[in-house]
Design a protein around this ligand. Sequence first.
Ligand SMILES: *[C@@H]1O[C@H](CO)[C@@H](O)[C@H](O)[C@H]1NC(C)=O
Ligand SMILES: *[C@@H]1O[C@H](CO)[C@@H](O)[C@H](O)[C@H]1NC(C)=O
Ligand SMILES: *[C@@H]1O[C@H](CO)[C@@H](O)[C@H](O)[C@H]1NC(C)=O
Length: 491
Amino acid sequence: MKFAHFLVALVVLALASSIATAGDPSPLQDFCVAINDPKAAVFVNGKFCMDPKLATAKDFSFSGLNIPRDTGNKVGSNVTLLNVDRIPGLNTLGISLARIDYAPHGGLNPPHTHPRGTEILVVVEGTLYVGFVTSNPDNRFISKVLYPGDVFVFPIGLIHFQLNIAKTPAVAFAGLSSQNPGTITIANAVFGSDPPISPDVLAKAFQLDSKIVSYLQKQFGGNNKVNGDLSIKLSTLYFRPAMIITAGKAYTVAANIILAGLSSGIDVGEHFLVAFAFCILASSFASAYDPSPLQDFCVAINDTKSAVFVNGKFCKDPKLSVANDFFFSGLNIRRNTGNQVGSNVTLLNVDQIPGLNTLGISLVRIDYAPNGGLNPPHVHPRATEILLVLEGTLYAGFVTSNPDNRLIAKVLNRGDVFVFPFGLIHFQFNVAKTNAVAIASLSSQNPGVITIANAVFGSNPPINLDVLTRAFQLGKNEVKNLQKQFGGDNK
Ligand SMILES: *[C@@H]1O[C@H](CO)[C@@H](O)[C@H](O)[C@H]1NC(C)=O
Ligand SMILES: *[C@@H]1O[C@H](CO)[C@@H](O)[C@H](O)[C@H]1NC(C)=O
Ligand SMILES: *[C@@H]1O[C@H](CO)[C@@H](O)[C@H](O)[C@H]1NC(C)=O
């Protein structure tokens, strides 16, 4: 019996640790700023962690995303990706941000996939024709023309592209649901691999004459690759094998334990326990957090008939899904900030874009009134946020958890990017005389918001007065005043 307990505990531990390290949105600490120094560092999800006490606002920020990029190359586009390599504070936090510039008359971000990220893109300037293709056997093409303020979702791992169909340059920003989403440009991977894929394979696969294949390989440099730079190849492999080995080990350990149990005469009840623990953990792993869609997408619908229940919303029959399920329009329109705090948050989550269901990402526009417009201290219980200032000057910051409660803050100007780690209290404050606008991406389809003051002093029903006076070391009248302010006195 004791042995069986030990088995259960071991299975639980093995699986818990594989859950903890297998995907990026489970940081297990406030943050883990990436460093290159193995001394005095901890290994988590592929990068070493900096001592949290040494982390500064610089580790969570990037400057210059407002600057247009040079699109004078063969495809006529330029992608600036801010992943964990550019912002070390993104390490383990499950999100990144890209700026994409498109040349006029056909600038193309060519067909590619992100093996580890869903993408949510907002057009800031220009007109783009965009689309993605579903997986086998349907390979359905879902596409749409986008204008400024339009938003489109590209589900994890699917082949997608954007093409500038106007006479003017275009600019888009996109959030991706991984600190390191990866990119596989289809043409380059297929015809430019190193070493090259055999022309016979390609001729057969694409039903092309081998002369055309050689021509394509020449185009994409796949005909004359030497063995390349080994260090680059190793660094691209850095993440996955560790994860696979960890997960594989956990399952092997679990399987061995069950087999060992079978051959050592433990009674059936105990087997059942072990198997049960295993099943619960395996299923919680599959459905517990959003970046594990298990299918191309699961467009949310409000109809229980002929629908499947996955991660909180029913799925629409994939055959019935259309481009509009992945689309939203009007994010370019200024919002009214004439309210008490002087800010206005427009959140595009799964409720506005049903195609986001199970895909682990969402997008917001935030407008700030001049002279002190405030997005007040709040937390997102299910997401990390990466924010880009489009206009104005913001003072932004977050506070680390107990016992340090350190404020990490910075003044942000146009083109500056800042990261607010998972679940930490954060805010943005307009310190200029002009309007400010920011776009932020969040690492959940439904990140949730808890505005601290409203939750504490405006809850319904109100939190007991004694609790609040004690917690905030305030007098009863002061607490009552606060409750009046936040509507917690008459709920
Ligand atoms: C993208 O733009 C930057 C800055 O304008 C430039 O240095 C870089 O070479 C460009 N990349 C490509 C692929 O054109
Ligand atoms: C979803 O369905 C419920 C029950 O039929 C209904 O009350 C609710 O208004 C619907 N919501 C939406 C967004 O259509
Ligand atoms: C935000 O702006 C929209 C449109 O301008 C407005 O309808 C809405 O009431 C505003 N929300 C707040 C909280 O001020």
